[in-house]
Design a protein around this ligand. Structure first.
Ligand code: GDP
Ligand code: IMO
Ligand code: MG
Length: 440
């Protein structure tokens, strides 16, 4: 069976975009199946940096078809901006980008509501969303009465739908914000009818296409957004996103049977970052965290917010690797830790004096979790130019091996910088398939 998934195993920004771009040469289709413009995936090719929010990171490879499938929530002006920016830079975006007519549309009232709700304190903190209207849009999708799907925008009753929804949404936003909110139905309709026209060439029912591809054994790469710890059902609820961002979301978000997925690549940084609120047991709100932030340029791709930084948490990643059915790990940012003389890895938690190895289901317990650390020696050597695994410093090799042991999965890929070339494949078969591209 032909499906490979790339899943972030932490709180997002694990460098999924880099890995997807690199693997793309071996696939016919690349699929984004959940999340929306909250994602920010960076691909670096030589001196060119591409930041993608909706568009799959396969877009830079001309041979590949890129699909956005029903589990995604789509912000039309944002994706149109992405398309035009890519075209301006000479990247072809035409029949190689297909968007399901089943995706839900982020409407202006969703953005408005996200801004209002983001002031609300839950479990003692703000969620700190990306303000891209993700939660309100998914909420309307599940609620069914107030949702807009992309296919609705081509229907004769679209104007009527907008008129009806704006009345209800005005009331909702006014009561949430405590001041009168006016939505101009005519203007919203005109604007979105225009977006519909501009997007028309890309819109189709991707579901039969993807099922045909599965049945024809075509090679499909699924690009996860966010990270498994942000999964709505299995993450650090309520400090999560509103979709299934762990491996369990691939089949439902894309519309393929779970049996079509035969390989899951779990992407991890060799430390941990988080943007927004919520517990983070290994956070280093000190000079170590600042050092990682500076070296790793840890600022949000979508919002520019400084990312919270800390040590690698093997308790959390062991959990998400098991949950996501990970086949092997891709360990990113090895270059970032190169100046540290000692590196800590969290191997267990102590909660109320008791040592636990399972990731807690309630944030209250996670807040009380004290990390139990194992200290490993640093390599204190620049590794960003190294292109053969055997040339890595001994302590870096030891670190990689220990991470694999703690997670219970082999490390198949190591990344030592943002560029395609700064990647090593530890497994001989992977090196054969992808190594040439990485160095081309
Ligand atoms: P994504 O959301 O998972 O695709 O990750 P982001 O693009 O938000 O963040 C990852 C950042 O790290 C991007 O700026 C990448 O260009 C960069 N990056 C990727 N791999 C490496 C690496 O091995 N070392 C360093 N220093 N940066 C990397
Ligand atoms: P990529 O795909 C990191 C976080 C937000 C916030 C929480 C909820 O680039 O890894 P939302 O706007 O989704 O309602 O915000 O989820 N978040 C991300 N953090 N990387 C992302 O995407 C994220 N997408 C959402 O910071 O804590
Ligand atoms: Mg990102």
């Amino acid at each position: 069976m032909p499906g490979t998934c790339v899943i972030g195993l932490q709180w997002g920004d694990e460098a999924k975009g880099k890995l997807v771009d690199l693997l793309t040469s071996d696939f016919e289709l690349v699929v984004r199946y959940q999340g929306g413009a909250n994602a920010g995936h960076t691909v670096v090719v030589g001196d060119q940096v591409y930041k993608l929010h909706h568009i799959p990171s396969g877009i830079l490879n001309e041979q590949v078809k890129n699909l956005i499938t029903p589990g995604v929530v789509l912000n039309p002006p944002t994706i149109l901006q992405e398309i035009s920016t890519l075209r301006d830079r000479g990247i072809r975006v035409a029949d190689n980008l297909l968007i399901s007519d089943r995706v839900h549309v982020v409407m202006p009232w969703h953005l408005h509501e996200d801004r209002i709700q983001n002031q609300v304190v839950v479990e003692g903190e703000n969620i700190g969303t990306t303000l891209r209207g993700i939660g309100p849009c998914y909420r309307d999708k599940v609620g069914r009465h107030s949702a807009v799907r992309l296919g609705d925008m081509y229907r004769p009753d679209f104007r009527e739908k907008i008129e009806h929804l704006t009345v209800a949404k005005q009331q909702l936003l006014s009561s949430l914000s405590g001041e009168a909110v006016t939505l101009d139905a005519g203007q919203i309709h005109r604007e979105f009818a225009q977006y519909a026209e501009q997007l028309r060439e890309h819109v189709t029912d991707t579901t039969p296409m993807l099922l045909d591809a599965v049945e024809a054994n075509r090679r499909i790469l699924f690009e996860g957004a966010q990270g498994a710890l942000l999964d709505i059902d299995h993450g650090t609820y309520p400090f999560v996103t509103s979709s299934n961002s762990s491996g369990v979301g691939v089949a439902s978000g894309s519309g393929v049977p779970a049996s079509a997925i035969n390989r899951v690549i779990g992407v991890i940084k060799c430390y941990t970052t988080r943007v927004g609120g919520g517990p983070f047991p290994t956070e280093q709100d000190n000079e170590v965290g600042q050092h990682i932030r500076d070296r790793g340029n840890e600022y949000g791709t979508t919002t520019g917010r400084p990312r919270r930084c800390g040590w690698f948490d093997a308790v959390a990643v062991r959990y998400t690797a098991r949950l996501s059915g990970v086949t092997f790990l891709s360990l990113m940012m090895l270059d970032v830790l190169c100046e540290l003389s000692e590196i800590q890895v969290c191997v267990a938690y102590k909660i109320d004096g008791k040592e636990v190895g399972d990731f807690p289901s309630h944030v209250d317990d996670l807040r009380r979790a004290e990390p139990v650390y194992e200290t490993l020696p640093g390599w204190q050597q620049d590794v960003s130019e190294i292109d053969r695994p055997e040339d890595l410093p001994e302590n870096a090799k030891r670190y990689i091996q220990r991470i694999g042991e703690l997670i219970g999965r082999p490390v198949g890929v190591v990344s030592v910088g943002p560029d395609r070339a700064q990647t090593m494949f530890l497994d001989a078969e992977l090196a054969e398939t992808y190594g040439k591209l990485a160095r081309s």
